[in-house]
Write a protein that binds this ligand. Sequence first.
Ligand code: HEC
Length: 96
Amino acid sequence: MYTNLIKISSFTILLSINTFCLAENNPNLQHNALACMSCHSSPAMPQIKGMPKNILTDKMQSYSKDLKKDTIMHQLLKGYSDKDIEELATYFSEVK
Ligand code: HEC
């Protein structure tokens, strides 16, 4: 139990450092990307890091515009602007 907590915490800290380097001058993108990683850093979640930008954008736009409904994403992405989605797609396509 504690070992798992330590592993998850270490992983989150590493991802946070990575985010702050790649999105250094964009606090809005930092906040958005960290929120995504609170779920997507888990191995149980679909992996979005390194996905091609056009695929990420299409998937996010489909959720945002309610063209695709799943359990979570179509509700979550309604709150994001086209600019947010563009920035996040660029970020996640580049992050390792
Ligand atoms: C509360 C947990 C949670 C958060 C926060 C979250 N996601 Fe998701 N995401 C999911 C789940 C669960 C799925 C699988 C589809 C579903 O059930 O909605 C998913 C699916 C996706 C997919 C489709 C993956 C595929 O292979 O089809 C993309 C792209 C995505 N999320 C991007 C994001 C981005 C970008 C953010 C931040 C704005 C984000 N997610 C935040 C839980 C989350």
